[in-house]
Write a protein that binds this ligand. Structure first.
Ligand code: ATP
Ligand code: MG
Length: 402
């Protein structure tokens, strides 16, 4: 089954609001094995909406329309869907009583235009809204399944999961899905792809997706089969070839982010870490504390942006310039010693945009046995360089903990 999503709302045609419902719906539909083949955003205009819905009906079996089910005059989704399907709509007394009941419970009287929300399309099943007043509707015709869902994400999500998803699942042949999720650090997207593409391009099932962020790449495998064991076997066949190619560069296979992967290793070893940050200004410490339970292994750190503060941390003059191997080492060692941690991690570099050596960063690591520093050079804007520096520092520490 293929699907088209029509997001209704003029606000999403402005730069201030985004259609996020379709992202949630796509994820849920993919989980059922339904592919989203198109989506669009349409303003609150009956004619345009009717055209968009007619087109969607002609091009996919499942059409999901979100938003515009409210009580006001500009909420015309019901009218547009009725026109596109060529069906009538009428007030459903049960829905009307239900809406009136909601208002009674809030101690308010129902406005006349709330009756619009009780208008149900001919042949539709009603999906009651646990979080709002707009009911959803589920309509099955000879050629299509049409789903009308409210716009607010907090109403749409539970309605889809609790009411619509079981109905859709019941219409589909039985299917099982197996997934693998690997996260990789220390390798760019294109290097990674040229390494593993010779493997995964040979397979259509599982589908392989590569998602990249600065310094951090995710590989998703997703296999479908009629039973779970077959789906797992299909995934394993590809995974068993990819994993050895990447080796230690894979830092998690359960979705854990890098900071958590590092934290788990520290915890297993009964060790702790502290940071001294210059150009990342707290990003690295922020990453560590993103991980729940980080107090077990993250001691804290020092933001030493200026030379006097770097010197105060070190307890003497800098051994070299602010961005240098010796300074990175001295900062890492000072963070380790001052915080009483097993490991000290430092970052000092030029994030730009001004300066001669933009993108040059020293990362220092002070461990129980040795102190060293590594120089990295990147291109890109300030936020990219800072993000890369924090991610790379985390990864360098991880590699020390293998
Ligand atoms: P209600 O009865 O609550 O008015 P509705 O179906 O009429 O429901 P809309 O008026 O279209 O909903 O949207 C209400 C809110 O939901 C708005 O804040 C809107 O920005 C948000 N919203 C609507 N559609 C989407 C979407 N596709 N993605 C994210 N947010 C959305
Ligand atoms: Mg609206």
């Amino acid at each position: 089954m293929n699907a088209i999503i029509v997001a209704v709302g003029s606000e999403m045609l402005t730069p201030t609001r985004l259609d996020t419902n379709s992202l949630f719906l796509t994820q849920e539909l993919n989980g059922l094995g339904i592919e989203v083949v198109e989506k669009c955003v349409v303003g609150d205009d009956r004619t345009r909406m009717t055209t968009a819905i007619e087109r969607a009906l002609a091009n996919a079996r499942l059409v999901i329309v979100t938003g515009g089910l409210g009580p006001t005059e500009d909420d015309v989704t019901r009218d547009a869907v009725a026109a596109a399907l060529g069906v009538t709509q009428s007030v459903d007394e049960e829905v009307l009583t239900w809406i009136a009941g909601l208002f009674a419970r809030m101690g308010r009287t129902m406005a006349e235009n709330n009756k619009r929300q009780a208008m149900i399309l001919q042949g539709a099943e009603i999906l009651y809204n646990q979080r709002g007043t707009a009911p959803g509707q589920f309509i099955q015709t000879r050629d299509n399944v049409v789903l009308l869902l409210p716009g607010p994400p907090r109403e749409l999500k539970p309605m889809f999961s609790e009411a619509a998803l079981p109905k859709l699942r019941a219409m589909l042949p039985p299917m099982s899905i197996a997934t693998r999720w690997y996260r990789v650090a220390g390798m760019g997207e294109s290097d990674l792809d040229s390494l593993i593409a010779p493997v995964y391009t040979k397979y259509e099932n599982p589908v392989t997706t590569i998602l990249a962020k600065p310094g951090d790449v995710e590989i998703h495998l997703r296999a479908r089969a009629t039973d779970q064991a077959d789906a797992e076997r299909l995934c394993s066949e590809v995974a068993d070839q990819i994993v050895p190619l990447l080796g230690e560069r894979i830092y998690s296979d359960d979705g854990a982010p890098l900071e958590l992967a590092v934290g788990r290793r520290l915890l297993a070893r009964g060790e702790t870490v502290a940071v001294a940050e210059s150009c990342t200004g707290g990003l690295l410490g922020g990453r560590f504390t993103d991980a729940a339970g980080s107090s077990a292994w993250f001691r804290g750190g020092y933001i030493v942006y200026t030379v006097p503060l770097k010197e105060a941390l070190i307890g003497g003059p800098l051994p070299d310039t602010a961005v240098s191997e010796a300074t990175a080492q001295a900062l890492a060692a000072a963070a380790r010693d001052r915080a009483g941690a097993t490991w000290g991690l430092s970052v000092t570099g030029f994030a730009g945009p001004d300066g001669d050596d933009v993108g040059s960063v020293w990362i220092g690591i002070a461990g129980p046995n040795e102190v060293f520093a590594k120089q990295l050079k990147w291109i890109g804007d300030r936020s990219r360089i800072r993000a890369l520096a924090a991610t790379t520092a985390l990864n360098l520490l991880r590699l020390q903990l293998l």
